[in-house]
Design a protein around this ligand. Structure first.
Ligand code: HAM
Length: 433
């Protein structure tokens, strides 16, 4: 019997991998541009790591973790996010001991959440992210926000909505929590079970509730702005002023609280709304954290970071055709014609590979119609037709598959001609878009 993939997981096969590779390359490049080095941490961690960082009151820890006992009776969890693992390794390796701050890490890899699968929501998905630890300043907060913004620009996203809010410092948040408890206590019997549970554990999370009836009550709840300490107000205004001067557009969203418990001060999310009005949730998100390093056994160091969901990026990039050159093409498809010495054709194909061009050949001569069909299926730019006559004269017939123009090129000139032909054709295709 056929074995199906696990619900909420997906295979990336065929041409899709080229799209993912292009996106992942662009993300790695932007991390490098800002001086972040990749950290590779294990996918399995002690369950305690996430309970202590992401937080016992978060949906992730309460409902969504893949947790199991290993054969040594240890409670292990497939990581639902990567920030906690990065901080763990910074603490384990005492990367803070040189006092060279901020410590900058980037990461890319699979994460797991037991969520209800739907468009843009998987049980195994990949996160790219960065974390900057040890510098407690709006300067580094803005750097991370700008990095995310520029990552999306590099992937040709045009209409990005950057939502931003502040959760204030501990004192501001404690006061705000009490005010929320007081306000919601009078309404909680009309609200959903999740909100009822959140009233005690973390009333801030009630602000994130999506239930329509609850939203009406949430609309009149106290606002964080009225509880911010002077320092938090000043920090946030410096943050948004710097974003303004970098020309990064944002929407202030007072209801943005984020689903993980470790945040304080600035939090943000990047959203994309398709031309048809559809959205697949946040493409990426992040924020500042004051106590995570300490809670995981390290010194009192602040940090800030963000993560993107790679599948969500890929979905938009594919549907909006944002990365034209990510779509697979062959530069050349080589067609042996008639009774031709196939080894000689093979040698030419190998020569083209050594020049660095994607090329494939038909391993036997077939009817021209079938060969052209294959070339089209492979999105080849050019066909190279080689029969006995071409081999004898050391000439190649090269056909542009878009314009149907045909040229004869001496085999000896192929290196230089091929380069020019491919470059020019890519420019033409780009302009045609
Ligand atoms: P998060 O908002 O839980 O934050 O996840 C970050 C991104 O991962 C989301 O914006 C979304 O694109 C993607 N994502 C989340 N769940 C799914 C899912 N089920 N299927 C597909 N994509 C998903 C964090 O994980 C924090 N660690 C971000 C951070 C880094 N904060 C500070 N540093």
């Amino acid at each position: 019997m056929e074995v199906k993939p696990v619900k909420g997981t997906h295979d990336i096969i065929g041409n899709d991998i080229i799209l993912y590779q292009r996106i992942e390359d662009a993300l790695a490049k932007i991390a490098h541009t800002y001086g972040y080095l990749e950290f590779r941490t294990p996918i399995i961690e002690h369950t305690e790591l996430f309970a202590r960082s992401v937080g016992d009151s978060s949906d992730i820890v309460r409902k969504e973790m893949y947790t199991f006992l290993d054969k040594g009776n240890r409670s292990l969890t497939l990581r639902p996010e990567v920030t906690a693992s990065i901080i763990r390794t910074i603490v384990n390796n005492k990367l803070y001991s040189s006092q060279d701050f901020p410590i900058k890490a980037s990461y890319l890899g699979p994460t797991f959440r037991y969520e209800r699968p739907q468009a843009g929501r998987y049980r195994q998905f990949s996160q790219f992210g960065v974390e900057a630890v040890g510098l407690d300043s709006h300067l580094i907060d803005v750097e991370v926000i700008a990095l995310g913004y520029n990552a999306l620009k590099n992937l040709n996203f045009k209409d990005i909505t950057l939502k931003i809010n502040t959760l204030g410092d501990d004192a501001s948040r404690n006061q705000y929590r009490e005010a929320l408890r007081g306000y919601f206590a009078g309404h909680i019997h009309e609200m959903c079970i999740d909100c009822q549970e959140r009233l005690n554990s973390n009333p801030l999370r009630i602000l994130d509730c999506k239930v329509e009836e609850d939203r009406k009550i949430i609309k009149n709840a106290p606002r964080i702005q009225d509880f911010l300490s002077e320092q938090s107000k000043e920090r946030f205004s410096k943050t948004i002023n710097l974003l303004d001067s970098l020309n990064i557009k944002f929407d202030l969203d007072e209801t943005l609280v984020r689903g993980l418990d470790y945040y304080s001060e600035v939090v943000f999310e990047y959203h994309y709304i398709a031309p048809d009005g559809k959205t697949i949730g946040a493409l990426g998100a992040g924020g500042h954290y004051s106590h995570l390093v300490e809670e995981l056994g390290g010194p009192n160091l602040a940090g800030v970071g963000l993560s993107f969901g790679v599948e969500r990026l890929a979905q938009v990039v594919a549907s909006e055709n944002l990365l034209f050159d990510a779509f697979p093409f062959l530069a050349f498809y080589i067609m042996p014609i008639g009774e031709v010495n196939i080894e000689k054709v093979y040698e030419l194909n190998e020569k083209i590979h050594r020049l660095g061009y994607p090329s494939e050949m038909a391993y036997e001569s077939k009817a021209l119609k079938a060969l052209f069909k294959k070339a089209e299926k492979r999105s080849a730019l050019f066909a190279i037709l080689i029969g006995e006559e071409e081999l004898e004269k050391e000439m190649l017939t090269i056909k542009n598959l878009r314009t149907k123009e045909q040229t004869s090129v001496a085999l000896a000139d192929f290196d230089s001609v091929a380069n020019q032909m491919v470059e020019e054709e890519l420019i033409e295709l780009n302009e045609e878009r």
